[in-house]
Design a protein. Structure first.
Length: 388
């Protein structure tokens, strides 16, 4: 599996970044750049105070080679002894030099996940540039010669530096999917949160990716407009995403931990958080205004109000709208029960309230936390901090 590559840096060590999309939980994480080249979004707690830098192609290829070495050992162990237990893998890991332990863990994680996907970190994979990224993709594909998905985050502004032909070349070199944080299709919201992109930039970038026939995941952030801009945020985001028609729309409900600029805006009263009911109403407006979107809606993050708000559109719109209306129509006490159960990890969706065991667990949690209709939003806000 291992190929001959240019020499790595004298101070090389295997690196992985801090985040990846939930859909890449089983992926091999390869860090091709460090941190975020923009790093000004007021809602984002990641990379703050960290300098952006590119990793050399040689060092990234050395990471790939290190994983390949350990993957060879692990696969041989599985073939010779059947299923390798965690205990055996831990023993192999502990015998390695310290510098080799991180790539071993990465190889073991990837093998246990089925060797089906690779995610290129950190916040903007395309910022690496076409030549460097192509070299990395070629080395990945030649080192691991079986079909697997290769994905990366990127920014809309970065996409527009690429011609369609360059994106097509990256697809042919092995890139499969790009993830973009649209967050909002409303220019006023985008400006307020310092996103560094406009609605038009988002639409043009998304369409360029689609034209290159790369898969595209776009992220919508319910609540980002606050109470003042909630409806415009929902409507404009729906129309922007309809214009792009990505493969996936992924929901990432706003939460504001301490230490980010938006938290200061909230504390000072410049930004008003939407309540859970207002988030549901916003999602309802969003779904009802999607027009021409023919991909999948994915509610694949613990911050979301409904884990089961998933479907293929437009066919599933009536079912999804029905779920939201059911929540909106709940009596206040019943809605409080659901919110505490959901934010406490007891409930995944409204249907769980039909399970007497889960309902009892949610009720017990309400009692333990002293949750009432009057204080449930503050309790939920604090519970959400665990998932950021």
């Amino acid at each position: 599996m291992e190929n001959s590559t240019p020499s790595k840096s004298p101070d090389w060590h295997f690196e992985q970044g801090p985040i990846r999309p939930p859909s890449e939980a089983r992926s091999l994480l390869l860090r091709i750049s460090r941190n975020c080249p923009w790093n000004r979004c007021t809602f984002c707690p990641v990379y703050k105070g960290q300098k952006f830098s590119l990793r050399s192609v040689e060092d990234v290829c050395a990471d790939i080679d290190a994983v390949a070495r350990h993957l060879q050992v692990l696969r041989r162990q599985c073939q010779e002894g059947g299923y390798a237990s965690q205990g055996v893998w831990q023993l192999l890991h502990d015998r390695l030099p310290t510098q080799e332990q991180a790539p071993f863990r990465a190889a073991a994680h990837w093998l246990s996940g089925g060797l089906q996907s690779v995610f290129l970190q950190d916040a903007d994979g395309l910022i690496t540039g076409p030549a460097r990224l192509t070299a990395i993709l070629h080395h990945l594909r030649s080192t691991f010669p079986w079909p697997f998905r290769i994905t990366a985050y990127t920014r809309s502004k970065t996409v527009l530096r690429f011609q369609v032909e360059e994106l097509v070349a990256l697809r042919k070199a092995g890139l499969t999917r790009l993830h973009i944080g649209l967050e909002s299709g409303c220019d006023e919201v985008l400006e307020k949160v310092c996103k560094g992109a406009t609605r038009d930039i988002h639409i043009r970038a998304g369409r360029r990716i689609r034209q290159a026939e790369l898969e595209l995941s776009e992220y919508f952030m319910p609540g980002l407009g606050g109470r003042a801009l909630s409806e415009r945020h929902a409507r404009d985001s729906a129309s922007a995403l309809s214009a792009i028609n990505p493969d996936f729309i992924r929901l990432r409900t706003l939460a504001i931990p301490e230490g980010i600029p938006l938290h200061d805006d909230w504390r000072s009263g410049r930004f008003q958080l939407c309540s859970s009911l207002e988030i549901a109403l916003e999602l309802l407006v969003f779904l009802e205004n999607l027009d021409g979107f023919t991909g999948k809606l994915a509610s694949d993050h613990a911050l979301n109000l409904f884990e089961d708000l998933n479907g293929t559109l437009p066919d599933d719109i009536p079912r999804l709208v029905g779920m939201l209306r059911e929540f909106i129509d709940l009596p206040d006490e019943r809605r409080c029960l659901y919110l505490i159960g959901r934010r406490g990890g007891v409930l995944r969706g409204l249907q769980d309230l039909q399970d007497s065991g889960r309902e009892s667990a949610a009720a017990a949690l309400c009692e333990e936390l002293g949750a009432t209709v009057d204080n449930v939003e503050e309790i939920c806000r604090l519970l959400l901090q665990r998932f950021i």
